[in-house]
Structures are given as structure tokens and as C-alpha cells.
Design a protein around this ligand. Sequence first.
Ligand code: NAG
Ligand code: NAG
Length: 517
Amino acid sequence: MMLLKVISLCLLLVYNVNSYKILGVFPIAAVSHQILATKLMETLAEAGHEVTLVSPYPVKNVAKHWKYRNIVLDGIAEEFEDFLKNFNFYGGDNTNPITRIRQVFKMITDMTNNTLSHPKMIELVKSNEQFDALIVEQFNQDGLKAYASIFNCHQIIFSSTGPNSWINPTVGNPQPVSNVPSSFSGNFSRELSFWDRSKNLASNLFEYFIMTFILHPIQDSLVQQICSDCPSVSELHTNASLVLLNSHTSIHHAVPLVPNMAEIGGYFIDPSKPLPKDLQEFMDNAKDGVIYFSMGSNLKSKDLPEATKNGIIKVLGKLKQRVIWKFEEDLPNKPANVLIQKWCPQADILAHPNVKLFITHSGFLSTIETIYHGVPVLAIPVFADQFMNAKKAVAYGYGLKLAYNDPNFSEEALSALLDELLTNPKYHETAKFRSKLYHDRLATPIETLNYWVNYTLRYKGAKHLQVAGVQLPLHQYLLLDVVGFMVAGLVFSLWIVLVLFKRVRMIVKTGSKQKTQ
Ligand SMILES: *[C@@H]1O[C@H](CO)[C@@H](O)[C@H](O)[C@H]1NC(C)=O
Ligand SMILES: *[C@@H]1O[C@H](CO)[C@@H](O)[C@H](O)[C@H]1NC(C)=O
């Protein structure tokens, strides 16, 4: 028995000794993206891999026993901060949507270029160092996948939001237009009406054309500057060995997933830590419960339109609950039941049993944290995927939505929403149900992450998991060639029938003429 134990322990050690060299290139300087990137690479370092993280900020808290190198791309974070300053999130609705999309694409293109042409990256390319895998985020920065070609290693793609039309083509994941809404549009009830399906088709086509004819050629030109014999970006785009999704069926609808996609949604959430003393006391002594209010890291509560902010302050002041508000400056007219904090340990606050409600911008990290802890939400979406997350909260029934820029925004409307969320038990129960689904898994997100990275590299890219559809050109994938052939065949047959019919009629006619003569 003892011997068996020793043998299995040895096997376990041998199994764990599988250590690979992994390069993670994550230049998106937004705080939430960096949290995801650093946690991903830390997890792999903790599992014993030799990790190199390329990031815009220096990484803190690197454990001594990790084999961990951080290449900091100086200059990128500063450019991103300039972008944020000029972006004017809360005024976004007055800007032409095309202008905003162009601003975002330019930011992404610049970030790709600044990474590829950064002296430290040029040096890395020249060093002839070897890697087993490259990890990049799927964020229209496909040019970064050139590193997989340069270092002759496997592509592992990470998606911060889950299966969507950006990530699906990388592994040929089917995305039926009839029932899977495209990334950033669409309806998140389970049934798509005729109109929804039409919009979904238009949106999918639009994304496809933008990607194929605008984004990929731009990325191609960036790659050419550093690697003239790299494959085209369109080729790199559909060459992933593994896709890691920061999603789970407790967070989004059930959709098809091919075998080389792994859901690790929530892997970034640490086990709860004790709260700072002041917060702990504030929450423990809240006999009517606590509302936690945060607009996330990129958006700031202080930048909300003045009238909206004052309305919110008035409404919060009238509640019997206590409120913790992540607010970035002093608030002179702060009501007595409100505690202002410049920074909040969000997940630990949400873990407190007295939390009744989370007023949130519905960013993807906040959404997963609130589901993890089963806290209902009042969603105030402002930007990008936040609208989609807010719609889902409403569709699933664990939240309600409020438009911060609704011309009808009123204290009464906000009061009514808060009252409904705080008194109708339905929201709390649904949030708890989602939380239960979140935790009911075969393996933890971290175990899943480690398993799939090891598995993919152990089988040298795990070609056997790739579906054949990934390599098919679009016209073959959509069977346009077959349909075209069948239509042509049908037309040809009809023509033959018509010709024969005419002939027969003529013969019959001449026959009857001869008879009458
Ligand atoms: C990319 O960066 C290089 C070096 O900074 C610069 O010369 C080039 O013009 C940039 N290309 C684009 C498309 O921005
Ligand atoms: C605002 O309220 C008025 C009156 O209740 C209503 O007619 C109008 O449609 C509302 N506008 C919006 C944008 O909700």
C-alpha cells in the first residue's frame, strides 16, 4: 500500500515536472485586461512553467520560486492613458459611432505596432530564444501571432469575454447565425425573432468584412516590418492550438464549443481575504445590509454627469441600507450612510454576507465576480461589452438596468429600481442560483487552465482536437460551391425539360397536322 502511494506520488511529480517555456504577449494597457493577463501567467508560473510576460506595466508580487520574466514595454501605458483621457466615456453617445469604432481600432493598431516595433521585442526576436507556446489575447491584434511563427511554437489564444465572433474563427467554432448572437450586438433572450436574426446576419457579415478587408491587411503591414517571411495574418488567425475562454455557462448562454476550447471563466478570482478593518466594521454593523457601488477601473464615478451624480447622491441618502461607493475624490455633500473609498477590494466586499446589491458598470470582471458571490445587480452600462453584460443580467433575472444618460433619468426612476431590487426576493434567489451553477464544475477554473495548457503542449499542439472546418475557405464552409452546383444543375435540368417539352409539342403538332391532311 505504502509502495503504491510512493509510486503514485512519483508519477504525480513526473507529471508535474512537465515544464514548458511560455511567452505571453499582452500589450492592452486597460486595468481589467492586465489583471487577467498577469493572473493567467502567474497561474502557469505557479504550475512550474518557465514564463515570460510582455506587458505595459511592471508586474508586482512575483514569487521567489517562479521562473518568471517580465518584459515591460515602456511607452505603451502612457499612450493608452492619453487615449482614455480623450475618449470621454460618459459623453460617448454624442459622438458618431463610426468615429468611436475608428478611435478604438486606431488604439489597437498603435498598440500592436508599438509592441512589434519595440526595441525590447526586436531584441527578443533576434535572440533566437525558443518557446513552446505563445499566448495572446484575441482583440483584433492578430499581428502579434507572428511570434508563434517566429519562435516556431503553438498558439494559445485567450478571450477575456468568452466565445464570440472574434474568437470563434481561430479554431473553427461554429456560430449559427440563427441562434448565437454576434459579439457586440443582438438580443440576449434565448429566442431570436425574425428581426433579431436579420440584424445578427448583418452584424456577422459586417464584422467579417471589416476583419478580412480592413483589419487583417493593416496587421499584415505591421508584421511585414519585422518579419517578411511570416504567414499572412489571415493564416495566423485560424491557426490556434487552444482557446482559453474567460467564460462559463453560469455566465452566458449555452453555445457550441469545439474540443480545443476550454472554459476557465473566473480563474482570476482569488479566495476571499479578510477586509480592511474599517470596511469590515462598516459592513458587519449594517443591520439593513450594504449596497456596493463601483463603476470599475477605467470609468470613474466622479466623471458621471453632474445632474446624474447629484440625483444618485440624493437617492442613496434616503436608503436605510449602508452604501460603499468607489468614488475617486472627496464628496462634500456625502450622506451619512455612504462610505466613500478611492479603491475597493471588490471581490472581498461582494463576499460579505451583508451585501444586498451591487450597482455596477457591468464590466466583464465585475459580472463574473457578482455571479461568483451571488449578488444581484443594478447595471449602469457605459461602454463596449458592458451593454451586453447588462442585457444578460436582465435576461437571466438577477438584475435590472439603468441608462445613466437617459433623458428621463430621474430620482424617482432610480428609487423605484432600487426598491424593486431590494424588496423582491426574485433577484437575490436568481443570483444565488447562478452562483451555484458557477461553482458546480468538474474542476476549478485554475485546474482546467493547467490541464489544458499541459495537454495541448504534451501533444505538440493537439492537432487531433482541431475540427476540419477551421481551414475551409468561407465559400466551402457555407457550402456555397455545393449550393451553386445544385442550382446550376436544377437550371440545366429545367432547360432540358423545357427543350424536350417543346420538341414533343412540335412532333405532336406536326403529327396531328399530317393526320388532318
Ligand atoms: C509603426 O511604428 C514604426 C516605428 O515607430 C513607425 O515607423 C511606423 O510608421 C508605424 N506604422 C504604423 C502603421 O503606424
Ligand atoms: C421619457 O418620458 C416620457 C413621458 O413619460 C415618454 O413619453 C418618453 O418616451 C420617455 N423617453 C425616453 C427616452 O424614455
